[in-house]
Design a protein around this ligand. Structure first.
Ligand code: PGA
Length: 248
């Protein structure tokens, strides 16, 4: 069985009641390839609104989750609260949280584990900075980020790995198909070696970083690219073209 193509939309801290309703309406009416798994991640404030308006079959993700089940953690949201509200996915490890909020590999791994333990799917993001790429550390960096999670979880069936080179996020500088495929293949090789053949065969590895309707078709042809995590373009009607990249 092949891996189902997966496209996530990460709205980041963008949108309002009106714009999110309009994005959701657009998706509801769009011709979306039924073979693609589509998950959108609005800001926390709009999760319920999005779930209420989005048509069944399209899923909603939180952009963040905390690693404790409940308690005195002001400002945080738990995995069980998300699950109860039909928010079935969460992102973890996005580079903006790694860099701006100083989240460590271990903290991200702990959040990933808690989310999985509560039955959520996790879009787990990894990727190197420009400095690390130029120092030839890309594979080492992504491997370390993966290893932190592999130490805490056994079952990868509800994990989607998003490879997002930090230098390509929001910059308009997309990784070349070769650059992306090379890292995706290295991630898959890591799963074969350090986790299991099943995890390697079945885990979706998606690419993120300036994905647009212009570059998605070429990227989608690569054998280890199983979909996309889309930031800026997920707020635009062209998001539908990216969802359908494999079939168009
Ligand atoms: P971008 O963001 O598509 O705007 O580059 C991707 C992401 O941060 O997930």
């Amino acid at each position: 069985m092949g891996r189902q193509f997966f496209v996530g939309g990460n709205f980041k801290m963008n949108g309002s009641v009106d714009t999110i309703k309009s994005i959701v309406n657009n998706l509801n009416q769009a011709k979306v390839d039924p073979n693609v798994e589509v998950v959108i991640a609005p800001p926390a404030l709009y999760l319920l609104l999005t779930r209420e308006h989005l048509r069944p079959g399209l899923e909603v993700a939180a952009q963040n989750v905390f690693d404790k089940p409940n308690g005195a953690f002001t400002g945080e949201i738990s995995a069980s609260q998300l699950k109860e509200s039909n928010i079935t996915w969460t992102l973890t490890g996005h580079s903006e949280r790694r860099v701006i909020l100083k989240e460590s590999d271990d903290f991200i791994a702990s959040k990933t584990k808690t989310a999985l333990d509560h039955g959520l799917g996790v879009i787990f993001c990894i990727g190197e900075t420009l400095e690390q790429r130029e120092a030839n550390q890309t594979i080492e960096v992504v491997t370390n980020q993966l290893r932190a999670v592999a130490k805490q979880i056994q079952d990868w069936s509800k994990v989607v790995i998003a490879y997002e080179p930090v230098w390509a996020i929001g910059t308009g500088k997309v990784a070349s198909t070769e650059q992306a495929q090379e890292v995706h293949a290295a991630i898959r090789a890591y799963l074969t070696k350090e986790v299991s053949q099943t995890a390697s065969d079945n885990t979706r590895i998606i690419y993120g970083g300036s994905v647009s309707e212009k570059n998605c078709n070429e990227l989608a042809k690569e054998k280890d690219i199983d979909g996309f995590l889309v930031g800026g373009a997920s707020l635009k009607p062209a998001f539908v073209d990216i969802i359908n990249a494999q079939s168009s």
